[in-house]
Structure formats: structure tokens, C-alpha cells
Ligand binder design. Structure first.
Ligand SMILES: [Zn+2]
Length: 468
């Protein structure tokens, strides 16, 4: 039986550094205590600065021990390594500053590759010099704010120096890994393996709500070639669609202390991979939330054609609802066509129509509009007829009175507000993205929102840190 390797806790190797640290810390704190204008903040700063040296030393020694313990086997195939040599140094950026580790290198005959088993044991990637903790930092902060700002914030809060270009590269790499993780997880949902991802479901029958929406992101893939492409008669595309969906159980909607609606647990999907990408991701997410077990599935969204195609394709059992405010806008369009530039007259006309819509009297409402269209001529008739056709098409999706009685959402506000939150990061003035970059960072943001951040960073052992 192998003996369990133990870390030498006898401070023998740390006796020197600890003595230095105690001396420096005592001197610093004494100075701070004497200075009349120094606050608790100064004391915190002093302890933080002085302790880092010791933390770095502790980490370096422990990591070196772990590296020395890793067996001389290929971490990929398990084959014994040959042509082994020692002391190959590599420096990593860690939470406590740069740390250098000396590693064993060996040749794997089976893979025909040079291998460093220590890198694998320590969770350090083949490329990049960030420790797992720093990898997480880069991923988290870059998915929340622009990299230049993120770099300064990380340095101020943690002392870790990550120049913007390094931070950007690391965050994207983490984002790509998150995408791979997402793909694997979604694939599992199609098989029995997905059972482990299911959220706890209630015993009593429940309604699953799915809301969808889309927004625009600005990208510049052909950097510096715009003029050239325009000359060739090819206007570069700048704005692209980001597709999103969210799902939650109706019994998870509660009122907050301040009386605001709140959803306790929900799963969000946001992607630049087109409607096809959304379809697969949202289906897997809905499955996690009990799509197959739900007594009723409800899809709520605005009038975009792709939404209802997707809904019919992936959620054929669903009851569909057109966003209430969206339907109202179409009635307002009629009001403004009838009374151009006369807001009061438009309002007087629209009020009873809105009442009918709200009250679920859709047949009466459509009758009124059809009668009205017949009386009109030319352009006005065209406008009204187009709106009538639109509302006719969605008539089975406008049961707002029934929605209120059942306590169901009348609109897709939850999804719209989620889209706005993503836009706070991904749609800032002067920002341009690449399709690859935005998908990677959006994927990170979505893992965080869905409370699955710990799945990306296995060193998080105390639950999930995201509190959305
Ligand atoms: Zn191998």
C-alpha cells in the first residue's frame, strides 16, 4: 500500500521566511499605529502586502512537492515515460505572485510527445502561464467588464499583474473551454447521462415557462478592410444577432420583499451561433428544468417569425403567448395611422381597444379592426389591414386575461431584462467584437448566471460562488 504523501508542516523550510515576515509586519504595523492619520485601511493594506511574500513561498514549496510526487507517466495515455530529465523550470502567475516550479520531462513513446506530468498534476495548461486561480480571475472579470479595466481592477484587488493582452487571451481560452463543456453537457442531456444535470422537480404538476428574444452585437471581423470591401461592392456586415432564451418553473416566481417579481431559479441560454445554436442549447436547458415532466409548457415572446418556428419545432406541446406590450404596440400603430400627429385623438381611439385586448376579447377586437379597415382608403387601409393580418396570425397567442387568472407571465419581460444585462457588457459604446470572442465570453457569463461556475473551475469546493 502506498503511504499517503504529507506536507512537511514543521515550518522547517519556512522558519527563515516566517521570521522575516514577522519582523517586517511588526515594523510596518508599529509605524501605522504611531501615525495619527492612518486608518484600519492602512493596517489592512500593510498586512496584505507583507503576507504575500510568505504566501508565495508557501505555495511555491507546496507546488514543488506536488510536482515531485507526480509519477513519471504520460498524463494522457498512462505509458511510462522514457529519456527522463529533471529540473525543467516554468514560471506561473499565481494569486500570490509569480512562482517557479522545476519539473520532470519525459518522452511518451505511445503518444510520440514530450510530457511534463507535473503540469497535469497541478492543473496547469500546456499553454498560458496562469495558475488555475488566476485563470478563473481572468475569466470572471473579463466576462464582466472591458479587459483594460479588468486588468486594473484585478491588480488593485488581488495584486496580480495581468496585462490586458494576456488577460484577454486567457479569458478567451477559458471561454472556449467553457463552450466545449457546454457542448458536452448538452450532448449528455440527449442521453441517460443527463439525469445528473436535472434540477430538483416538485411532486405536484408544474408549468414550465420558456421566453425567447434576440438582440444585436457589433463585430468587426474584417478589420481594416472596410474600404477595400466596399469598393468590391460588398458592404461589411457589422451587426449580428445574438439569440437568447430562458426557462423557469412558474412556481419559482415569487414576490420580493419590495413587491417586485423575482424568479428563484432559472436557466439562461445566450448565443451567437444562430437560431440553430439556440435551438439545441435551449432544448437541453428546458430538459434540465423538467420539459418532459411539466404538466404545461408555455412559450412567451415577441412576434419574430424565427421564434414561433423554433417553438413549433422543439416545443410542439407548448402553449404560445405573444408578448402583451408587443401586441399593444401594434394597436398603437393603427391609432397613429388613423390620427397622425394627434396624440390625444390616437389615445382616445386606442384605449377601448387595449381594454379588449387586456380583457381577452380578441374576437371582438379583431371584428372592430376588420370593420374599420373596410371603411378606410389607400394608405391608411393598407396600414390597418397589415396590422389586422398580424394580430389575426397571433390570435391564439393573445389570451392575456386567462394568463392573469393563472398567474402566468403576459409578456417576455424576464428575457428582455436578461438581454439588457448582457448588453451592459457586450454592447458598450465603441466596442467591437469578433464572433469567436463574443461567443466565448458570453458562454462564461452564462455559466456564472446559471450557477454552474464551479463546473468550470474544480478548485471551487464550497458550492457555487455566483449569486444571481
Ligand atoms: Zn502518452
Amino acid at each position: 500500500m502506498n503511504s499517503v504523501p504529507q506536507f512537511d508542516s514543521s515550518f522547517e523550510t519556512f522558519a527563515g521566511p516566517v521570521a522575516d515576515w514577522t519582523a517586517r509586519l511588526t515594523a510596518g504595523l508599529t509605524q501605522s499605529l504611531r501615525a495619527r492619520n492612518q486608518t484600519l485601511g492602512h493596517l489592512e493594506e500593510e498586512i496584505l502586502q507583507q503576507t504575500r511574500v510568505l504566501e508565495r513561498k508557501l505555495l511555491e514549496d507546496a507546488a514543488q512537492k506536488k510536482a515531485d510526487q507526480s509519477p513519471p507517466e504520460c498524463p494522457v495515455c498512462g505509458h511510462k515515460l522514457t529519456r527522463r530529465t529533471h529540473d525543467h523550470p516554468r514560471t506561473y502567475q499565481t494569486r500570490f505572485g509569480p512562482v517557479t516550479i522545476r519539473r520532470l520531462r519525459g518522452w511518451c513513446r505511445r503518444c510520440r510527445e514530450w510530457r511534463y506530468p507535473a503540469d497535469h498534476a497541478l492543473g496547469l495548461s500546456e499553454t498560458g502561464s496562469a495558475s488555475p486561480s488566476v485563470q478563473e480571475m481572468a475569466a470572471l472579470v473579463a466576462s464582466k467588464m472591458p479587459v483594460k479595466e479588468a486588468s486594473a481592477v484585478i491588480e488593485r484587488l488581488t495584486g496580480v499583474k495581468l496585462p490586458p493582452a494576456t488577460l484577454d487571451r486567457e479569458a478567451r481560452r477559458q471561454g472556449r473551454q467553457a463552450q466545449e463543456k457546454r457542448t458536452r453537457q448538452d450532448e449528455q442531456m440527449r442521453t441517460a447521462q443527463g439525469a445528473g444535470q436535472m434540477l430538483p422537480l416538485p411532486e405536484q404538476p408544474f408549468t414550465l415557462v420558456i421566453e425567447l428574444d434576440a438582440w444585436n452585437i457589433r463585430e468587426r471581423d474584417d478589420w481594416g478592410q472596410s474600404a477595400q470591401r466596399r469598393t468590391a461592392g460588398d458592404e461589411p456586415q457589422r451587426w449580428h444577432w445574438v439569440y437568447g432564451g430562458t426557462c423557469f418553473r412558474l412556481d419559482q416566481c415569487v414576490e420580493s420583499d419590495r413587491g417586485r417579481p423575482q424568479i428563484l431559479s432559472r436557466g439562461t441560454v445566450m448565443t451567437r451561433a444562430g437560431v440553430d445554436g439556440l435551438r439545441g442549447q435551449l432544448f437541453a436547458e428546458a430538459q434540465r428544468h423538467g420539459l418532459a415532466q411539466a404538466a404545461k409548457v408555455l412559450v412567451v415572446a415577441d412576434g419574430a417569425v424565427w421564434i414561433w418556428n423554433l417553438s413549433g419545432d422543439r416545443f410542439p406541446q407548448a402553449h404560445e403567448r405573444l408578448d402583451y406590450y408587443h401586441a399593444c404596440q401594434h394597436l398603437w400603430a393603427v391609432a397613429h395611422a388613423l390620427h397622425p400627429d394627434k396624440e390625444t385623438a390616437a389615445r382616445i381611439w386606442v384605449e377601448p381597444m387595449l381594454q379588449k385586448l387586456k380583457g381577452g376579447r380578441t374576437p371582438a377586437l379583431l371584428n372592430d379592426l376588420r370593420t374599420l379597415a373596410k371603411r378606410l382608403r389607400h394608405k391608411k387601409r393598407q396600414v390597418v389591414a397589415a396590422e389586422v393580418a398580424y394580430l389575426e396570425k397571433h390570435r391564439h397567442r393573445m389570451d392575456y386575461a386567462a394568463a392573469r387568472r393563472a398567474g402566468e407571465p403576459q409578456g417576455s419581460g424576464a428575457m428582455e431584462s436578461t438581454c439588457r444585462q448582457y448588453q451592459c457588457r457586450f454592447k458598450r459604446p465603441g466596442q467591437f467584437w469578433s464572433c469567436v470572442g463574443d461567443e466565448a465570453l458570453m458562454c462564461l457569463e452564462t455559466f456564472w448566471r446559471n450557477g454552474r461556475w464551479h463546473l468550470l473551475f474544480p478548485h471551487i469546493t464550497h458550492g457555487d460562488p455566483s449569486k444571481n
